[in-house]
Design a protein around this ligand. Sequence first.
Ligand SMILES: Cc1cc2nc3c(=O)[nH]c(=O)nc-3n(C[C@H](O)[C@H](O)[C@H](O)COP(=O)(O)O)c2cc1C
Length: 512
Amino acid sequence: MDAKTPPKMLRNDLDRYRLRAFLESLGSDQLEIRKEAVDLADVADILHGNPKAVWFQNVNGSNLSVVGNVVGSRARMAHALGVAPDKILEEIQRRLELRPELIELDQSEAPVQEVVLTGKDADLTKLPAHLQHGLDGAPYISASIDYAIDPRNGVTNSGMRRIMLRGADNAGIDLNAPSDLRAIYQAAVARGEKLPVSFVVGAHPIDTLSATMKVPVDELGLVASLRGGTMPVVKCRTNDIKVPADAELVIEGYLDEKGYSEKEGPYGEYLGYYGLVKQNPIFHVTAITHRTDAVFQTATISGAHMDMTDTSNLEALRMELNVWQALKTVIREPVAVYAPVSAGGSMSVRFTLRQRFAGEARSALYTVLGSVGVKHAFALDPDIDIYNDKMFEWAFGTRYQPDQDIIVITGVRSSPLDPSLHGKMSGAKAGYDLTWPMQHAQRWDLATPKPPTYAGKKFPSIKAALEDGPKWFEELMAATGSRDGREIVREIDTFRGKGLERDEQGKYFIKK
Ligand SMILES: Cc1cc2nc3c(=O)[nH]c(=O)nc-3n(C[C@H](O)[C@H](O)[C@H](O)COP(=O)(O)O)c2cc1C
């Protein structure tokens, strides 16, 4: 990756991947624009269960507009990547191969530093953060993408971490789950050092997706690759971290050296329940920079409509990518991977494969359960459209025997937020083999019945067709171009006792 001398970037380039431009590209089927004044207190209720992204353009007490649910649907994520919803994985994998190029801008050229607030002006309580769930500990900044440099190797790490408001210049962040940032921070604390962190709030969906992905590369470069290769970056004003220069808003600061010193939470979590109060680090603000017309982003996470939350949709894509990569190590032909968002995106995954050898589906299930943090994995044949819940239920009901086609592994690491663990740290996972045994692949009776198409050879008469060899009834209709069928029944009947037979599939023929 090269950091180049700053060429003058065209204004267009600096707006192409800004959140505002993405919102403006959405139609009214995907975006609800609210021009009337709204109180921050009402934002959560309007977003909850809303299938659209909602852009609040007149927020009481804020000169910034607010948007939520930006990535709360696969359709919007597909739009961000410029592909159909079922081509997202393919497109991400294609982009991951692109060589990243970071173009470092002078701070005076960076849109995200059009406004620079430091000292008392860098006030978190002036940002339009709202209370998201009834029992949350405080309003949270939730669509916050963190960038931090690991001082041990100079590599930039990125993730999403929520920020709980505590005051004007400090906040709680949740750094309990195993993550790279947690490891980097724990090492800094062990050395007695602070860890500089900058949070982007208001990012293009591609940047947001990138933050949740786990790929062992410099994650600033990862964002660039996923955007298509090139990305403008700028050094923050009060630390050495580089961030996307075209973001909407950045909160600069550091995690202090005291470690897990303060209570954070509770918070409505990504599996649809509250996470308890935790001991967590404190983030101290040193600057806030933003575009003059910045859009402040919030992310939906919990509640009764998990399928419409930003978090479930992000989790699902990340899970699908991880499963796809695991599958590639064990089978030749994975066909599709889908993580249903209603299950939080990470609890359940379906995949289809073209089996070449007996047992491939089970091998794949063991690999997925062993290497990816998913609880339920379903292997299916490629004739099943795994995005379609009705087809999935049909396959589950008809191609699966509970005493034979299930794999259960126990005592493995599980998400502590899964309430069915009842406080335990490890749990069980199950793999469901919904594929047909290999020998079933050729069975005509296991093909999905479809309406007749009347494809078949023409014959001068039904008799000639029957004498030619066994025929399905559909072929007999095709033989004479029948558009009715009942006259064929009558004609077949005339051959009974005169050599008419039916083979084991029920095809008709006249024995010569
Ligand atoms: C909207 C959203 C909010 C998240 N908030 C947190 C959080 O507060 N704490 C956390 O540990 N992980 C959180 N995650 C998950 C991490 O961002 C994710 O595991 C990421 O890959 C971690 O990156 P890292 O391992 O490079 O540090 C969140 C994910 C999403 C999509």
